[in-house]
Write a protein that binds this ligand. Structure first.
Ligand code: HEC
Length: 467
């Protein structure tokens, strides 16, 4: 069997998924601001050149231009950071995304280059150019920024809803998958919203504008909030494009996920309600503090939304194709026979901490199968989760992992490996007592574990998977 092992990094008490998640949320927020910022600058350039809004040009050439540039640089850096961390955590997923979609990535990259060039030219020479040239650069920038969203969105949404790709393996079936359009449109609206809110903060912070000009600019920027009225419809459409069990988890099935969905929806509703009532009907002025608060709500909404989207894929990183722990569904039956780590060539980073062979084996099993979603004693720590359980309870719950929680993959190793993992958890729970020895394993215990493993089978809780 040639199961591909990779050296997997460890981030101490921080769960690996959490490291990617936190970086991802920051990246998505910055990148979406850069996209919306490009569109907003086009709009203000049009207002300026058509004489509809006198201070519009000053606003673009002031702080806002700088901010779009910063967000787009930070967006690019955190984007590279995403690659950097995810290849240390989930190389097989990244390999699959690159392997199946390499031309899409290449196209995305050309859009990104265009975005850099257009953005930089505008930043550097914008003030010296005439209106037509300025508009050309801004439109190029905005189209390129939105274009990179278009291409990446195809790959990210494929991970959650691969759709017909599962049968055809055609790149376009994967790209234009069931959640492609709702996700793209929703993210476009989010980008516009973030840009409008940041613009309100910036307008308030620019000392050169008096109150009257600020009011004019803020009312213009607020136009970008109006499309938010489509968000509820798009959000529901997006959720409906998900597999039924993912939807069930985020709408009550998993308390944590439901809470994050509630945070996402709640924050968006607050922003939307404020935008509608205050700006459009009351024609109120948004001051700096309120605008900053609304931006914070938008960040909370992004965090909730991204957390839910990432979490809804569980137990897969590519739905029905690859489990979160980088094991293919079709590999499990054999890994149960030969052992999941018997050929893992990578040593434990801190092998000396584990006094016996058995505990080391347990640690390798944990590293391969569980550590993407669990730590031992940190975030989602196994010691805390199973603290009050007997060893036999631990054996049963782990042997039937996909029944214990439907968002975990089936256990993918031998009975000996499972027993080693249980002994590791017990040893950790006891505070790593010295003097552990490799006693022979009890044959009856192993037989019981094997029985439970056979009973649970190798299919995920949803009952279907590819290959
Ligand atoms: C795809 C991510 C993922 C993987 C892989 C995973 N788990 Fe979990 N596991 C979770 C989540 C999420 C929870 C829920 C935690 C909670 O309820 O707060 C959980 C809960 C648990 C629980 C507690 C169940 C209960 O009823 O309270 C145990 C025990 C557990 N996991 C063991 C493991 C072991 C052992 C492995 C590796 C063989 C593993 N998990 C692999 C995500 C995962």
């Amino acid at each position: 069997m040639d199961f591909p092992y990779y050296p997997i990094n460890d981030f101490g008490p921080l769960m690996k998924g959490l490291v990617i998640g936190a970086l991802g949320i920051l990246h998505v927020f910055l990148a979406q601001f850069a996209i919306g910022g490009g569109m907003l600058m086009c709009y203000f350039q049009w207002l300026a050149s058509s004489g509809r809004c006198a201070p519009a040009r000053q606003f673009i050439d002031g702080f806002f231009k700088f901010l779009v540039l910063v967000s787009f640089i930070l967006g690019a850096i955190t984007g590279v950071g995403m690659w950097f961390t995810s290849i240390q955590i989930s190389p097989r997923t990244i390999g699959m995304m690159v392997g199946d979609f390499h031309w899409v990535w290449a196209v995305e990259w050309t859009f990104f280059c265009l975005e850099i060039v257009a953005g930089y030219c505008f930043y550097r020479y914008g003030t010296r150019l005439d209106d037509a040239a300025r508009m050309t650069l801004l439109v190029l920038y905005a189209v390129a920024a939105w274009g990179s969203l278009f291409w990446i969105n195809g790959i990210l949404s494929w991970q959650l809803t691969p759709g017909r790709w599962l049968e055809t393996h055609s790149i376009w079936d994967g790209f234009f998958n069931p959640s492609f359009w709702p996700s793209l449109l929703y993210r476009t609206l989010v980008s516009m919203t973030i840009a409008a809110l940041v613009a309100c903060v910036v307008i308030n912070a620019m000392p050169r504008f008096d109150r009257e000009r600020r009011t004019i600019l803020i009312h213009r920027a607020a136009h970008f909030l109006l499309p938010m009225i489509f968000m509820p419809v798009l959000g529901v459409w997006y959720l409906m494009s998900w597999p039924a069990e993912s939807r069930a988890w985020v709408t009550g099935g998993s308390p944590a996920m439901s809470m994050f969905l509630a945070i996402g929806v709640g924050s968006s509703l607050l922003v939307g309600a404020y935008a509608l009532f205050a700006i459009w009907w009351g024609k109120l002025y948004i001051n700096g503090a309120t605008a900053t608060l609304l931006c914070a709500l938008a960040l909370a909404a992004t965090a909730g939304g991204e957390f839910v989207r990432e979490g809804a894929r569980k137990p897969f990183t590519v739905r029905d194709v690859l489990y979160s722990n980088s094991i293919l569904p079709g590999e499990i039956a054999q890994l149960r026979q030969v052992g999941s780590v018997s050929e893992d060539p990578f040593p434990l980073r801190d092998a000396a901490d584990y006094p016996t062979q058995r505990l080391q084996l347990g640690a390798k099993v944990f590293r391969l199968q569980c550590s993407i979603c669990h730590t031992m004693r940190g975030v989602n720590g196994l010691v805390e989760l199973t603290g009050s359980w007997s060893d036999d309870q631990r054996r049963l719950m782990i042997a039937q992992l996909q029944r214990t929680k439907p968002f975990m993959p089936p256990f993918s190793g031998s009975a000996v490996e499972l027993e080693s993992l249980v002994q590791l958890i017990a040893w950790e729970a006891a505070g790593r007592p010295p003097g552990a020895t490799d006693a022979t394993l009890d044959a009856e215990t192993l037989a019981r574990i094997q029985n439970w493993l056979d009973e649970a089978g190798t299919l995920p809780a949803s009952g279907h998977s590819q290959n």
